[in-house]
Design a protein around this ligand. Sequence first.
Ligand SMILES: [Zn+2]
Ligand SMILES: [Zn+2]
Length: 638
Amino acid sequence: MPSVRTPGALLIALIAGLSTAAPPELRIKTAGEPLSDGPVGQVERRLDATRQYRIVRFKRPPDPSRLRQLERRGVRLLTRVPDDGWVARLPTDPQDPLVEDLLELIPFGAEQKISPVLKRMVSQRRTAQFIVEFQPDLLPGEMRWVLSLEGAQWREASWLAPHHLLVQGDWSLVERLARWQEVAYVFPAPSSEETADLVPCGAILDRSGPLPQYVASYGPGWDGPGLGSASLTYSFQKLPASLPPDIAREQFLRAMAVWQRYVLVSFTPSWNTLASRNLNIWFTTGAHGDSYPFDGSGGMLAHTFYPSPPNPEPIAGDMHFDDAETWRVGAFPDLFSVALHEIGHALGLGHSDDPSSVMYPYYRRYEDLAPVDIAMIRTLYAPRPNEVPPEPPFPAAPQLSISFPPPGQPYVTTANQVTVTGTATHPQGIRSVRWITSAGGSGMATGQEQWLAGPISLNEGTNRITIIAESTVGTAASEVVEVIRLSNSTSSSAINPTTPQSPGPGTPWTPEANEPRTYQPPRTVTPNAPAQPGKETPTAPQPPPDDTTPPVLDVTWPASPLASWSSPTIDIRGTARDDVGVVGVRWSTSAGAAGVAAGTTVWEAHAVPLIVGINTVTIQACDAAGNCSQRSVTIRRW
Ligand SMILES: [Zn+2]
Ligand SMILES: [Zn+2]
């Protein structure tokens, strides 16, 4: 996160923080621990004599000019500490009258930087693996320097979050590290056998950025102070590209049902993505308008905005997921597990220090809440009365495996199609096996326990094919196979690099897509097109060198370029003509959704998602020489 903030943004965040009517409280896990280091930690050690880190409160709302003065004195507000505190980096002179006039320094000593869970663990085992969380603006070299000065052994691990390091040691080392003002918190590491699939929760957010690990919860929950009940809605702005919509939706419904089983919260569906008290679920990529851009495949998976109050609406409770990930069911990254964790944040929980918790800051695969999660959520909401019988455990997921291509590594081929085979079993039987590709193709496999998917068209380069098996009781499992299609070297020099790749032959998903799909060959014949599918021949069409005429593109539905619509999705249809041949029609929306239309000369963009309000959908048709035409339709969804 940036260490310098503009005074304007700061003021908005401050007003949001100060406008809450509830009595302010610092929701720190170790607030009850004794302050052995004195009021502001006199025995602290520090790496840099010119700066100190403090938890501060504003004595009264400052005006923008006072905030600019503070910034000029070198004061930086780094992270919120709910409800009304901040982690601040201050110059070392604490006698500055402006700082004294505006800021109250909150005592936060070394004792309060040690997780109570770690304390129990070390007293039982003498040594433990633990994670040291550093202050958010520290450089990687400074973090390691602190550890070397204490003689600590640390492990570099690729799964660690940017300001975490993994250390093994005894109680004395924990105490010595906690005395460093550059250290924010020390808490237990995940047990070592779990580290294969660990990914940190990307960020837990309010408008001012991620929260420190020592924060227990954000605000009093949607029900306000005390233990009450909350009625919330949820909406799907866009579902993941890598799973069929009905399977993805089911993972969220399962995850909401888990939280609902233990406390008095309820979730009802809504189409209004901008409503208050609504958890809007959005799969998106890269920068998406909230200053926390996603980072492509791997790394950050998701982030969630805390409830209102104190977070502002309509963003409060919203959950964003990185759509560059290949989301899966029953395997990592398991959508149900990540959704279960993020809904915990949307209900107001911070991160737990207990590695068995669903709310531990590194995701694992979960089936249910741990006892510590149930206890934590019951500090925010009233427990569901005992007379309600607990739900039966979820039925098992199918066992799905891929036989061909052989699993474990990408399969390399020069063919333009592949047929994937495998098995799927479930005690109650398999209802369907389907496939979906990273290029937007999809279809039904033939067979169930022994299934065959394809032939599936391949684009040049890497193709991710997701196979989804669904049982007759509605549970699902997915597996992914990567197929790399190499270009034929004799023809690759003739391929125009701007030639769009044609979409796969499959048809888009619809939620009721339980009927077998038939293979539809591409409608357009282009010069030098592949002779027959299945043959290992170069397939990229070779354009005539002088084709500079773009296709003629028409939208036939909606009939007007300014349309009004009530459903969350719309089918857009049209035609495209070209003297050489149209090779692909793509669509994208102003809300960030995009896809490939089925067909070319006659095309249909199926189930284009619409947000409530104004949507601009852009259709682009390209020919083999890379000449493209665009048309836009503006659709107001009400
Ligand atoms: Zn989290
Ligand atoms: Zn976001």
